[in-house]
Design a protein around this ligand. Structure first.
Ligand code: SF4
Length: 337
């Protein structure tokens, strides 16, 4: 059983997969050749919702984010946006669709062209989609966007090198929201920033969402970062979603051992929980050898023989909480409620 979708969903992803034909810097390959970076991802996102996608570096989460915007062409599966399968759109149709689907990048240093002014950077999507008709209108719109992301409009004729990492990320966010998107993929938007700045950017993203009602796929490698912004959480390991559910359930009663390990490693103010830290043995398996059965079995502290041969599928273990583990049990807290 996989997560149910409904007609109210903004985005519905069904069995989405991506195989790269060579390693190309990606982190894992199958024994039959090629790199299976994303395998059978199925989930949905509602209007105004934030789905956090969490997992270690190289697990395929950034590739999945790019597949949703078709910045990379999927190998198989569907991405329905507003009921339309965007994997089947022509290049021209997809260009228009991008006004509704934007991305905030991880690297605020590398994602802004150093030779373009802030006004040029922010107004580029406005011009591509024909949303401004004069230079006056363009500058007014840029001023408004800078104000919305907490920067002074007087910055618009400056260049990216004149700003801090946090300010550059605000500029990237202004560019992304300039075309009034309905869906934003935020790909580790705070992981390159100082800890002191991270909360400010997460708060800004949250405030903008409250105002503009768009949805996020918020990608992070750390469950602590998404604790405040997520409505639901999906956990990814070696290209597959291994757990997905409402934030409250996933944090209070994680059902997959990998989620339990990630949570135990997240900064935790409660010293009792800290004492229960689960230390995973070894690294993510070799790129050339994705383990058979449950791909987590080589690191799982409770693996049994069945895990080496039988691949678990995502199944609903508590209301709206799905786990791909043979031994996941119902969440007693959600049963009681
Ligand atoms: Fe661990 Fe087995 Fe569950 Fe995989 S299926 S997470 S190896 S217990």
């Amino acid at each position: 059983m996989t997560e149910m979708s409904s007609v109210d969903d903004l985005l519905t992803v069904r069995n989405l997969g991506k195989t790269f034909s060579d390693a190309g810097g990606l982190s894992f390959t199958s024994s039959s050749g090629g790199v299976r970076a994303v395998d059978g991802a199925s989930f949905s996102v509602k209007p105004g919702e934030t789905l956090a996608l969490v997992g270690e570096s190289g697990c395929g989460k950034s590739t999945l984010g790019r597949l949703l915007l078709r910045l990379i062409q999927p190998t198989d599966g569907e991405v329905l946006f507003g009921g339309r399968d965007i994997t089947a759109l022509s290049a021209a149709e997809m260009r228009m669709m991008r006004a509704k689907m934007q991305m905030v990048f991880q690297d605020p240093y590398g994602s802004l062209s150093p030779r373009r002014s802030i006004a040029q950077i922010i107004s580029e999507p406005l011009e591509v989609f024909g949303l401004v008709k004069s230079s006056r209108e363009r500058r007014d719109r840029v001023a408004e966007l800078l104000t919305q992301v907490g920067l002074s409009p007087s910055f618009m004729d400056r260049y990216p090198r004149q700003f801090s990492g946090g300010q550059r990320q605000r500029i990237g966010i202004a560019r992304a929201i300039s075309v009034n998107p309905q869906f934003i993929v935020a790909d580790e938007p705070v992981s390159a920033l100082d800890v002191s700045v991270q909360a400010q950017i997460v708060n800004l993203l949250q405030d903008l969402q409250a105002e503009r009602k768009f949805s996020y796929l918020f990608i992070a490698h750390d469950l602590a970062v998404v604790r405040h912004i997520a409505d639901r959480v999906a956990v990814m390991y070696l290209g597959r979603i291994v757990e997905i559910g409402p934030k409250k359930s996933v944090y209070s009663m994680p059902q997959h051992p990998y989620t339990q390990a990630l949570l135990s490693a997240a900064p935790e103010p409660d010293p009792d929980r800290k004492a229960n830290r689960i230390v995973l043995q070894g690294d993510v398996p070799s790129p050339s050898r994705v383990p058979p059965g449950c791909s987590f079995h080589t690191r799982c502290p409770i693996a049994k023989d069945i895990c080496k041969v039988d691949r678990p599928v995502l199944r609903e273990v508590s209301p709206n909480q799905f786990s791909a583990c043979h031994f996941a049990a119902p969440n007693p807290l959600s049963q009681a409620g």
